[in-house]
Design a binder for this molecule. Structure first.
Ligand code: NDP
Ligand code: GDR
Length: 378
């Protein structure tokens, strides 16, 4: 039985990857952080407590969690030594670009040095020939883009502390491959989303915002730069590729993307439509707004009237340096590995809005019955 170790297992990608590897028969070990409240919601459905394992059929006993942190060398080395994994997927990160401007040093420590700590643990324990290593690299490396579309050979130009830290992680992964013959590779992944996406990334913020507004839980959604263009795919397609990258004869780096881009504004329009509202945009820059021109589904959007302003711009969400446009060219992944994304951005958006509408309906019902419902917004 193959063993995998996933950092960031409690995150969006970690949860989908753990499901995939369990389906493939792996023993899966995940590193979770100690937090003051539960942070394992995305993997609770595949986890079985040690007590339950003793009394039930033990079918999910192949999924194990360890407390740990990418800033803690001795902890990582001990877990690596205990697990002796065949594959390590380094998905753990302070992954929010805007937050990295607020916490640049922490981001460098976790996202940059954290990667080095794992590679060094593998080397220190003499696992270089056994353990394959996947690094969650990012299209943010292209930042101020030097070429359109972006492929494996496109020069990097990071535009945030997050991207600069990930650039160190990218090169140290390449360096350990070249220096020590390790099977270590980078997946340069463009944005990928799902109903499990963190609520403060723009797609989820929008789908959740549209659902809450439609159900009367919030009056208006505040966004930053609506001109930004992204190449958005579905996380399920992208974790499949993470696994494929570790099954090759030779370790190589791959760009993973859909090859199509849309703006944040277009994603708003699409999400509003899925939530039963047609909108039009007017005004420019900080004065831009989205107004409802038609209610197409009054069951989904019972709280909405024509003329309601449901999106405004708040400059607080502008970034000190912005990545305006990203568009990937995933030909190498298609040709070498036969990987093609199966879920379109439209399908993904519909799935996210449906999921957020389900949550919003439940909250609206609670509110109707006099319970207080707080809708956290950031
Ligand atoms: P998430 O933000 O959903 O998950 C990040 C994970 O890292 C969480 O499990 C989080 O734990 C964990 N983590 C954060 N800080 C630490 C730390 N100090 N030590 C250990 N673990 C930590 O990210 P995604 O799942 O979306 O992304 C996975 C990886 O892929 C990240 O490295 C991200 O930077 C990268 N990436 C993501 C893309 C995307 O579009 N989703 C595109 C390209 C790259 P907790 O749950 O406790 O917060
Ligand atoms: P990104 O994702 O920075 O590309 O990083 P995010 O969804 O945060 O932003 C995408 C674009 O939308 C613009 N934007 C807003 N963003 C947020 N979060 N909130 C807003 O209100 C808002 N309004 C407009 C942003 O300015 C940006 O241009 C994600 C993360 O998953 C990284 O970890 C990963 O490496 C990259 O994708 C690829």
């Amino acid at each position: 039985m193959k063993k995998a170790l996933i950092t960031g297992v409690t995150g969006q990608d970690g949860s989908y990857l753990a499901e995939l590897l369990l389906e493939k028969g792996y023993e899966v070990h995940g590193i979770k952080r100690r937090a003051s409240s539960f942070n394992t919601q995305r993997v609770d459905h595949i986890y079985q407590s040690p007590q339950a394992q003793c009394t039930q059929d033990g079918s999910n006993a192949r999924f194990k969690l360890h407390y740990g942190d990418l800033t803690d060398t001795s902890n990582l080395t001990r877990i690596m030594s205990e697990v002796q994994p065949d594959e390590v997927y380094n998905l753990g990160a302070q992954s929010h670009v805007a937050v990295s401007f607020e916490s640049p040093e922490y981001t460098a420590d976790v996202d940059g040095l954290g990667t080095l700590r794992l590679l060094e643990a593998i080397r220190f324990l003499g696992l270089e020939k056994k353990t394959r290593f996947y690094q969650a690299s990012t299209s943010e490396l292209f930042g101020l883009v030097q070429e359109i579309p972006q492929k494996e050979t496109t020069p990097f130009y990071p535009r945030s502390p997050y991207a600069a830290a990930k650039m160190y992680a990218y090169w140290i992964t390449v360096n350990y491959r070249e220096s020590y013959g390790m099977y270590a590779c980078n997946g340069i992944l463009f944005n990928h989303e799902s109903p499990r996406r963190g609520e403060t990334f723009v797609t989820r913020k929008i789908t959740r915002g549209m659902a809450n507004i439609a159900q009367g839980l919030e009056p208006c959604l505040y966004l930053g730069n609506m001109d930004a263009l992204r190449d958005w795919g579905h996380a399920k397609d992208y974790v499949r590729m993470q696994w494929m990258m570790l099954q090759q004869e030779v370790a190589e780096d791959f760009v993973i993307a859909t090859g199509k881009q849309i703006s944040v504004r277009e994603f708003v329009r699409m999400s509003a439509a899925e939530a039963g509202m047609e909108v039009e945009f007017s005004g420019e820059g900080v004065d831009e707004i989205a107004t409802v021109t038609k209610v197409t589904d009054s069951e989904k959007a019972p709280a909405i009237s024509v003329g309601d302003i449901i999106v405004k711009v708040d400059p607080r969400y502008f970034r000190p340096a912005e990545v305006e446009t990203l568009l990937g060219y995933p030909a190498k992944a298609r040709e070498r590995l036969g990987w093609v994304p199966e879920i379109t951005v439209e399908e993904m958006c519909a799935e996210m809005v449906e999921s957020d509408l389900d949550i919003a309906r439940r909250h609206a019902l609670l509110k109707q019955h006099g319970h207080s419902v707080s809708v956290a917004v950031e």
